[in-house]
Design a binder for this molecule. Sequence first.
Ligand code: GDP
Ligand code: MG
Length: 614
Amino acid sequence: MTTMESLIGMVNRIQRACTVLGDHGGADSALPTLWEALPSVAVVGGQSSGKSSVLESIVGRDFLPRGSGIVTRRPLVLQLHKTEDGQQEYAEFLHLPKRKFNDFSLVRKEIADDTERITGRSKQISPVPIHLSIYSPNVVNLTLIDLPGLTKVAVEGQPDSIVQDIENMVRSYVEKPNCIILAISPANQDIATSDAIKLAREVDPSGERTFGVLTKLDLMDKGTNALDVLEGRSYRLQHPWVGIVNRSQADINKNVDMIVARQKERDYFATSPDYSHLSSKMGSEYLAKLLSKHLESVIRARIPSITSLISKTIEELESEMDHLGRPIAVDAGAQLYTILELCRAFDKIFKEHLDGGRPGGDRIYGVFDNQLPMALKKLPFDRHLSVQNVRKVVSEADGYQPHLIAPEQGYRRLIEGALSYFRGPAEASVDAVHLVLKDLVRKSIGETQELKRFPTLQSEIAAASYQSLERFREDGKKTVARLVDMEASYLTVEFFRNLPQEVDKGGNTASSTVDRYTEGHFRRIASNVSSYIGMVSETLRLSIPKAAVHCQVREAKRSLLNLFYTQVGRKEGKQLGLLLDEDPALMERRVQCAKRLELYKSARDEIEAVSWAR
Ligand code: GDP
Ligand code: MG
């Protein structure tokens, strides 16, 4: 007895968890469904076949909404819990967990209200179930699902699709192999026209999970009986047919008590000349017991496969969760920690690029080894040191008094003029290093797996890094400009001291005065300046890379993210959260997976608890 209660109770609890955690079965999401694996009993039949009446007499209470048209527009999962004799009966809705209903007419009202909350006033139907638990000494443990009645035509106010919609919804329940079908047919109609039997036959041709219920036996024409059906001759099922006599509309109008109605039903079968020989296997009380026993055996048989399904699904969901990444913490401290961790991961990859663990750092050497020497070589010194220009510069420097020995001012001007050409290649090297660094930042962000989830954080890290690189570039430019300026501000004295003296060449100082202004004289000046410039060029070729590495590469390695850290440090909790906003689709998927995982884990606990109890 305890086993039976605990098994059905376990399924009840798992079913409730399914609804709370959004598992209504069916193709509503790309998530695995547990709902579909659980055995259940679904009530199907045409409109007014007596479905609600059967449910109520199984419960022994009046609590279902009544009226004409489609009253049941959402599945009603009715979980019956047997309590100790003498205990007060009450009902409870899953969506109103704190409230105990003692008045069953309020239960009826709440079913109608909650149906409307989901479907709106339009006569739409919805697959989201209402869960109702009834605790009573007069019930057996059982879970029944009341479904909208099958109809043939849409009536006023209903969309034309309703006939098909209802059939689809009902079918989605009864086609599951775990669904026990309670097929309700009225006895005052030919069984061959029964909607319930028609559908049951389609989804369960062998009849192994269909229970045939024949209502309205009392309404059959005088002189006829339903023995052909009840004894399985009209339509054979694996389980015996059960005949029922519910309250008539007149009884309902007169408020005939359900307990009285049950007694009347018992009397009907006991005294009926047609059915008295079957009376122990007829009536709603018998039906309830039969179903409960059957449900229990189905659950018992299914436990091993449900258990293995649960373990398999937990594994799958956990691996997907790993893939999606853990959910982000909500408190600011943990968020800050997460952001800093992500920065560290990015920074590590960036450094690997520079230090050679990953490709790209070699392009900086390429700038120094190739681009810079080429640019230096291409500087237009030939033009600057043409005889014509040398003559012009030297003469201008001399002024009204031509130089007597070496044109000191002329040399200075020629050299200063030449040195200014070095600024171009020097700055270009800094720019080229800058571009490589920028590209490596971009690459490193793309390669930081952990950052993939956070597009906002990615772009903020990139922006702050670019801003830092920009500062390093400024500094690099200033430094290389200074190297060039330094060359201009103090010339290497030794170079000039070591130049051969022109005067010695002619042997005669006086006669060489004129010579000083010939082409050969200017050519010699050009050649001297050219070799001085060559020397400076060599110095700069070696010192510009040092400056670029010092100001840009080394700084990038040391303090690329310092700016970002200051920015993050100034942010409040909420802004930190914004940095960690993920792709919404991904977030949604994680929430869904987490919920489903919770469901499967709680189901596993439920089953384990029952297994221990056995
Ligand atoms: P549903 O639409 O399938 O839920 O059918 P209901 O349970 O609302 O029943 C429709 C009507 O048939 C109601 O007026 C019931 O009182 C009446 N009814 C249902 N079962 C029986 C029965 O066994 N005998 C009699 N006399 N009336 C019944
Ligand atoms: Mg009904």
